[in-house]
Design a protein around this ligand. Structure first.
Ligand code: BES
Ligand code: MN
Ligand code: ZN
Length: 495
């Protein structure tokens, strides 16, 4: 989809559809007022009669033959607070409604007034990102590809003032890059475990390296053995698929600038191992590599943007299966950091592979290290799908990530890492146990990782509830690619 930006009057533009936002509190202001005048009070009448209101995402499509040059008018509710989240909901609603019409091109009238250039940029970004994400389909495994309805080919964004054009264009650029990152992350997540293996992910990393000038290194099991990654290797020893530690380096800043390191859990299938999971819904555990996939997607997005930052992506990848050689409850392994771990539950395997990857991250002397993992069912219980769980040993880093979450609509919520919880990981036999009992499961998992990141500014995002959806929208969401990309854009110097 091609997107352009103009200051033309939206009512004067010829298009299949004109999209206009309605604020919940101030419904007929700005562009809505302009369109209302052009249509002889139609917008106000619809609102007065309660045929339409400003609830975020609420849509109403009308055929038009007078007043505006577009053939249809799509009114979309923007919600109350004009948050990124509300605007994203609005864009999604608009994209879906528009999809049911035959519209091939549309005009989206951005609503923010000239005083807030950042808001214009944000809206433009969310339109670009949202419309292309809404058109996402995963049909590469079908022998007969679904016939796609005619999709939107062209979109024109109108802004009120000339000085908003530059920020809108930059927003479109960011939105397109994030959309490409989301697509990559979603594709990798949706692929089944028999295709998306650790070896497959390593191949995809090399491919991404070639197309986007990343330096890619893949450590095989022999190399990991030399590095004494006993914890990571204990997980893959029960699988026929060899583990891989994938390292992707993006250099957009000076050589000496400390990189941000992103570490993504890449469990291509998690059956639980000897502590086997119940059968119902187990197919969803192909999504246990979505943290890793988000690292791929974020690197793609920032490389497309040529962002002036240094970023290293590390994806430890393995399967977790029951087998004669698999980890057994009670086994004690030694991590790369030298700390010993008693494996009480072989299904708490994510932390076992992440701890060695985090120790490996130390060699990059990172400005910050952020791990992203579908780590605990407990996090799904705590926060559900609206927010990823955020844990950090650094308040500034935590604040920056929360801000990026708010700005992108891909939100996180901070959880505690207090020492009080560390006691739950005590083991009579080893330095620690790999699980901390029933209570505060998301926190004790994070506390486990905290023991391997004491020398670094570190944050952990538990995306178990956000990385994929069930029900009618079943599939990978690509989260938190937009949060991470926003964070890195905010870190980059403004040139
Ligand atoms: N990959 C799972 C976490 C998970 C479970 C994500 C359900 C999304 C939905 C992880 O490896 C796991 O199995 N965690 C265990 C930890 C427990 C044994 C302490 C869990 O959450 O049950
Ligand atoms: Mn598990
Ligand atoms: Zn897992």
């Amino acid at each position: 989809m091609k997107i352009s930006v103009t200051t033309s009057d939206p009512c004067a533009l010829t298009a299949d559809c004109l999209i206009v936002g309605i604020h919940q509190d101030t419904p007929v202001t700005g562009v809505a007022a302009t369109v209302n005048r052009a249509t002889k009070g139609l917008v106000k009448r619809l609102l007065d009669r309660n045929d339409m209101d400003g609830t975020a995402g609420r849509c109403m499509m009308l055929p038009l033959d007078t007043g505006v040059n577009a053939q249809r008018l799509l009114l979309v509710g923007l919600g109350k607070a004009s948050t990124a989240r509300d605007f994203e909901t609005a864009v999604r609603g608009a994209a879906e409604t528009l999809g049911h019409s035959g519209s091939r091109n549309a005009v989206f009238a951005l609503t923010s007034s000239g005083r807030r250039a950042t808001q214009t940029g944000q809206q433009a970004r969310l339109v670009a990102q949202g419309f292309s994400d809404a058109q996402y389909r995963f049909d590469q495994m079908k022998s007969h590809k679904n016939k796609r309805p005619a999709t939107l080919a062209r979109m024109t964004l109108t802004v009120a003032e000339g000085k908003q054009v530059a920020s809108a264009r930059q927003g479109v650029r960011e939105g397109n890059a994030i959309a490409a990152g989301l697509k990559l992350a979603r594709d990798l997540g949706n692929l089944p475990g028999n295709i998306c293996t650790p070896t497959y992910l390593a191949q995809q990393a090399r491919k991404l390296g070639r197309s986007h000038a990343l330096k890619v290194t893949v450590l095989d099991e022999g190399r990991m053995k030399t590095l004494k990654m006993g914890s990571l290797l204990s997980v893959s020893q029960g699988s026929r698929q060899p583990a891989k530690l994938i390292v992707m380096e993006y250099r957009g800043a000076k050589r000496g600038d400390a990189p941000t390191v992103l570490v993504g859990k890449g469990l291509t299938f998690d059956a639980g191992g000897i502590s086997l999971k119940p059968a119902g819904g187990m197919e969803e555990m192909k999504f246990d590599m979505c943290g890793g996939a988000s690292v791929f997607g974020t690197l793609l997005a920032i490389a497309e943007l040529k962002l002036k930052v240094n970023v290293v992506g590390i994806v430890p990848s393995s399967e977790n299966l029951p087998d004669g050689a698999a980890n057994k409850p009670g086994d004690i392994v030694t991590s790369m950091a030298g700390k010993t771990i008693e494996i009480i539950n072989t299904d708490a395997e994510g932390r076992l592979i992440l701890c060695d990857a985090l120790t490996y991250a130390e060699r990059y002397k990172p400005a910050a290290v952020i791990d992203i993992a579908t780590l605990t069912g407990a996090c799904v219980v705590a926060l559900g799908s609206p927010a990823s769980g955020l844990f950090s040993n650094d308040d500034e880093l935590a604040g920056d990530l929360l801000t990026a979450g708010t700005e992108s609509g891909d939100r996180a919520w901070r959880m505690p890492l207090w020492d009080d919880y560390q006691a739950q990981l005590k083991s009579p036999y080893a330095d620690m146990a790999n699980v901390g009992g029933r209570s505060a499961g998301a926190v004790t998992a994070a506390c486990f990782l905290a023991r391997f990141t004491e020398t670094m500014k570190w944050a952990h995002l538990d995306i178990a509830g956000t990385a994929w959806a069930g029900g009618k929208n079943k599939g990978s969401t690509g989260r938190p690619v937009s949060l991470l990309t926003r964070y890195l854009i905010n870190q980059a110097p403004t040139a």
